[in-house]
Design a protein around this ligand. Structure first.
Ligand code: ZN
Length: 402
């Protein structure tokens, strides 16, 4: 590990700093300083465990660390030394680097033992583009005893050029056999006002708009920054469409709902087409120098990325609906000053007039449940259909949860 890292560092310490990856670690100054110091002083361990609640910026930090390790301009130069625009950096920022793997639990109840076996055999392969390979494993708190046992040997003695970054909600929710093999890095909960301030600072958006973006992104600061920076206001437009559909959902009939669901899926697919084109270009650009097996690996990963993007939109729809229902609830409860989605205040008030605390709570409960049950095998249309129907039934007092 150390030798590979040193080589990476020595390749370009002369280069001036342009963009420091660690500066993208928002809201977590202690984590940022600790990681920066470890990289600069070459005290990198082979396995990290990032613990913290959703929205504490663990994923963005994992990618920042990956950049610090892979950028050939090195992390040791004056001020950080990372370039931000070399091929390694830009691929990591776009999340398409062949040596940086992001893996989520694929089973309904968490990690599958097959996934762990796949990782174990993959770490033995040489890196495709860089000197180091990084494996980011999300939600290791959902790794049961059997997959964890299958993982222990790899986690304990990975090849020299492999770094694992595991992420979990709390230290206690991760199996002790995993925890004891990692350097644990705790992330703090970032309070809402501070989070909105960070997003404003990084995007120039008004604090209220920043809060709306954070809610639309399920509490994630870095996702909210990306949301507000998305080209052509694509995310902001998607949110507006979801809110417009919600505005008269209590009076919509089932056919309206089916049409709305189709519209939303259509809208979420347009930007995906752009992603698909970009990934295909990436493949053809690499075709000359990559082995067939590596190409297949990239193609498989691109496919996974596409389905991850689709899920991202589904999750966003659910997060927006939850945020909107919470607003209806606070209006019903007589505290309209707590509304977050103030840009659709009159719609929220109109729905609140026809509803009551019990019916909105019911709708909120069934939507929150849905977000945990979102399955990989259900079509996006079906998911959104179910989501909208649950909200309508909940508001009208005909929901199954009543
Ligand atoms: Zn770079």
């Amino acid at each position: 590990m150390m030798q590979a890292l040193r080589q990476t560092l020595e390749m370009g310490v002369k280069e001036a700093r342009v963009a420091d990856a660690f500066e993208s670690i928002l809201g977590q100054p202690q984590v940022r300083d600790l990681l920066r110091t470890s990289v600069r002083s070459e005290r990198i361990t082979h396995a990290y465990l990032f613990t913290g609640p959703a929205g504490s910026n663990k994923t963005a930090t994992a990618y920042a660390l990956a950049r610090a390790l892979l950028c050939p301009k090195g992390a040791k130069g004056p001020g950080g030394g990372l370039c931000g625009y070399c091929d390694n950096c830009s691929r990591i920022v776009r999340r398409t680097h062949p040596d940086v793997h992001f893996i989520e639990p694929a089973g309904m109840n968490g990690w599958l033992i097959e996934q762990i076996r796949e990782i174990a055999s993959d770490v033995a392969l040489a890196p495709i583009q860089a000197n180091i390979k990084v494996y980011i494993l999300d939600r290791v708190d959902l790794m049961g005893v059997a997959p964890a046992n299958a993982f222990l040997k790899t986690l304990e003695e990975p090849p020299d050029n492999v770094v694992f970054i595991l992420m979990g909600r709390t230290r206690n929710s991760v199996l002790p056999t995993i925890v004891s093999r990692c350097q644990v890095i705790p992330f703090r909960h970032i309070p809402p006002t501070e989070a909105a301030g960070i997003v404003s600072q990084n995007t120039g958006a008004q604090p209220q708009l920043a809060r709306q973006a954070i809610e639309a992104c399920g509490g994630s600061i870095s996702a909210a920054v990306a949301f507000l920076r998305a080209s052509g206001n694509e995310r902001v437009g998607f949110r507006a469409k979801v809110l417009k559909i919600l505005a008269d959902i209590d009076t919509a009939d089932d056919w309206h709902i089916i049409r709305h669901a189709r519209d939303l899926v259509q809208l979420s697919k347009a930007p995906l087409d752009a992603v698909r084109v970009q990934l295909e270009q990436e493949i053809s650009a690499n075709a000359d120098f990559l082995e067939k097996s590596a190409m297949r690996q990239i193609e498989a990963r691109n496919k996974r990325q596409m389905s991850a993007k689709t899920r991202e939109y589904l999750n966003q729809t659910i997060d927006i609906a939850i945020s909107w229902l919470r607003d209806v609830l606070v209006v019903c409860a007589g505290t309209p000053e707590l509304v977050i989605n103030t840009d659709v205040m009159s719609d929220i008030q109109a729905v609140a007039v026809a509803a009551d605390v019990a019916s909105v709570s019911r709708a909120l409960a069934s939507v929150s449940q849905l977000s945990g049950m979102l399955s990989y095998n259900v079509s996006p249309e079906t998911c959104i259909d179910v989501l909208l129907l649950e909200i309508k039934d909940g508001l009208n007092g005909t929901g199954s949860a009543s």
